[in-house]
Design a protein around this ligand. Structure first.
Ligand code: F6P
Length: 340
């Protein structure tokens, strides 16, 4: 009987439970045992795990978060790599480890694979920035949440003839901003991949309001630079990782000064990661979970389950997360046709 370890690491995202269910259902059907590691890499470093069977994953796909818990603790940043998780691997009998994570957790998985551990990756992130897959689960739900927020913020902006600046997550990429901005009909979308010009944008917004439109929506990705061109961070978290958030404040101040229109800011923050996953994220997560279990059962390690042209395939883990997947300029240019 194969013993498969399973963990969810890094920031949570909608769809994690559907992926866990996919792994457990497929592995159980093959008679394999699944050891669920609690709180991401922290559980492997500190020896916290429990067995997961079919009964444990019943009905969980609809739930946001992760039944296993997660954390940003990392075996290389806060430990000594394989050596720091070896005692738990030995105690639990884990032979292959499925890591459901974003780029950072997958990179650590790849490093453990290079130290000899049997690792399979599953990409998850609302940021959609993992290079080795066409799309990650969690992204679609985040885009839907932001789109719903834009719809609501539009009516209050319109009532006051205001500019509404909406800041969204995404770290160094503008996938969420671009997609939600397009879906919500934003007048401008600022992303880290493309420089912006607030004087030019302000002129366009003023012309728009003067022509009778009583609101403007400006979507700002959290990773853009501020109006002076400086990177903005919210400092380091308690584990030492860089935090984003707040750049929209100085952008809004400058827009208000340049346009003369009242401007308000909405930072959507963790709302974008909470709650029920949309159906397509549940389906994608379930399929990737099943695929990762099949890879573990087949003894194929150092790979990541991924989406390529609509198919679920295995790609090399190390190269899948080596560089972030940034927004292509062509997508940005398409969306620009709908701007102010
Ligand atoms: O990587 C996912 C993400 O939601 C980013 O978009 C965001 O910057 C970050 O995580 C927030 O992390 P935390 O939950 O640790 O504050």
């Amino acid at each position: 009987m194969t013993t498969i370890g399973l963990l969810t690491a890094g920031g949570d995202c909608p769809g994690l439970n559907a992926a866990i269910r996919g792994v457990v259902m497929r592995a159980s059907a093959a008679g394999a045992m699944v050891v669920g590691v609690e709180n991401g890499w922290a559980g492997l470093m500190e020896g916290r795990s429990r067995l997961l069977g079919r009964d444990d994953v019943r009905g969980i796909s609809v739930r946001g978060g992760t039944i296993l818990g997660t954390s940003r603790k990392d075996p290389y940043v806060h430990g000594s790599g394989l050596a720091s998780i070896k005692p738990t691997l030995d105690a639990t009998g884990i032979e292959a480890l499925i890591v459901i994570g974003g780029d950072g957790s997958l990179r650590s998985g790849a490093m453990l694979a290079s130290e000899g551990l049997a690792v399979i990756g599953v990409p998850k992130t609302i940021d959609n920035d993992i290079a080795g897959t066409d799309v990650s689960f969690g992204f679609g739900t985040a885009v839907q949440i932001v789109t719903d927020a834009i719809d609501r913020l539009t009516t209050t902006a319109e009532a006051h003839n205001r500019i509404m600046v909406i800041e969204v997550m995404g770290r160094h990429s503008g996938w969420i901003a671009l997609h939600a901005g397009l879906a919500g009909g934003a007048e401008a979308i600022l992303v880290p991949e493309v420089p912006y010009d607030l004087a030019d944008l302000s002129a366009r917004l003023v012309a728009r309001h003067r022509s009778g439109r009583d609101y403007s929506i400006v979507v700002v990705a959290e990773g853009v630079v501020d109006p002076r061109g400086d990177a903005v961070t919210a400092g380091a978290d308690i584990l030492g990782f860089e935090r984003f958030g707040g750049v929209s404040m100085s952008i809004a101040t400058e827009l208000e000064r340049l346009t003369g229109y009242e401007t308000r800011v909405m930072i959507l923050g963790h709302l974008q990661r909470g709650g029920t996953p949309i159906a397509s994220d549940r389906i994608l997560a379930a399929r990737l979970g099943v695929k990762s279990a099949e890879l573990a059962l087949a003894g194929k390690y150092g790979v990541m389950a991924a989406v390529k042209n609509g198919e679920i395939v295995a790609v090399d883990l190390a190269s899948a997360c080596a560089e972030p997947r940034l927004l292509p300029r062509s997508l940005y240019d398409e969306a620009a046709w709908f701007g102010a």
